[in-house]
Write a protein that binds this ligand. Sequence first.
Ligand SMILES: [Zn+2]
Length: 460
Amino acid sequence: MARSQKELHPKFSRYQKWIVNHPNYLGIPFNEDKSGNPVWLAPAKSTVGAARIDWLDRQRESLSIPKDDGWRAKTALAIHPTKTKPCQVCGNEMSLEYVYPNANLVKSMIKHGFELELNMLQDFREIITLAKQERRKSFFIALGKVFKSDLSVDIPLDELFTNILETGAEKKLLGPGAMSNFPDRLDGFHSYNRCCRGSEDKGRLKANLNRYGQDRRAFENWSDGNWKAADRLMKVFNKYGLSADHIGPISLGFRHDPHFQPMTISEQATKNNRMTYSDVQKLLEHEKFEPVVSWHTKYAWDNLKHQIMDDEDAKEASSILRKNMHFILSVLGYIYANVTYGEDFLSTTILDKQLEYAYADYDFEGFDPETGNYDRMIVTRKQRKEYSNNAARYKRKAFESLENYADKDNRWYTDFLPHYRHELSEIKTLIENKSYKNAFFKVNELFETHAISFCKLPRR
Ligand SMILES: [Zn+2]
């Protein structure tokens, strides 16, 4: 079966009809099929293809675009009414401009010390905006090195964008949602978007786990759960070409456990650490059987979960939970950086039980790629050098994440903590007296107090 006759996503069919009837494409040559519908494809060597090139050249002239190497791509983009199009396969809407990170950008960022996942289906401007909001210094240091320019977190966004988008397109660090393809496709762009192009998929799937096969979000967010088993299960998903998705995102304070829902790549691209109303329903259902949220976020989640009535609420709650996570990590960062025995306290009361998971391996029997469920998890406990390295790395990375928070440039740290001066000094005294149990109790109390005043939905 020819590609063009493959099942089209309904959004893409609607898009084709809309483009053919749009005034910007008035007079563009196309064949008609037996039922009189316009034929989207026309190879350059065909009569229709050649006629399309002539048509585009007239558009180029009227737009005064110079007739250089890339004139077809430039003109097709210039006349495109929205500069975005849905994917033929999955319907995912993507920009036609050069705004998505290419694999070599992701790789260079890692090489220059930014170890986090960059979503190759997320607009790089969004990624920069988030990194700026969260004041992620390591992001801007790596970015500056990759773009060979003095970039800091304090440069205004629009200035960053102009700098980066132009160089990014030039150096092929950024790419479009769909490559240009005129006259073969009537709109001048490949029908498959980046989300469903084979080569891009693979990079994307691997990106979930870093080069050690660990999901860094778990140690970065000090999350509960059997992370080792969860990491292993993610690999199983990836083997089936699926992306493993936590219903409750780790970065919002949920656990990293071996329970995922399978997602297509485009679904994950649009999800972006945001919960929907249906995700919240699923979490409430799952919570009847086992915990879904990490100890530190329990209070915030308990406060919010029954107030969420629709998608809008779920989105708002996600944003509150993300901010609450910044608060939590700032408190832990304070303990780590300012309290004698702080590191020992955090290790023995919180991290040590997480490190236990390193000393086992996990296999999954009867995995069902449709549902993401499995019949049985097989656990083999082992003492191997590799596993103690694993544990050591987990611990080191967890503390590195706190270091980033305990920074006078971190506005979460400087804005939130002064409200709780009294509570923090109590915690400090308890830890310094090695009264870890009581200190941990006080930390929990502080997270609860903060959740009560901060984690509620503004009633609409
Ligand atoms: Zn797609």
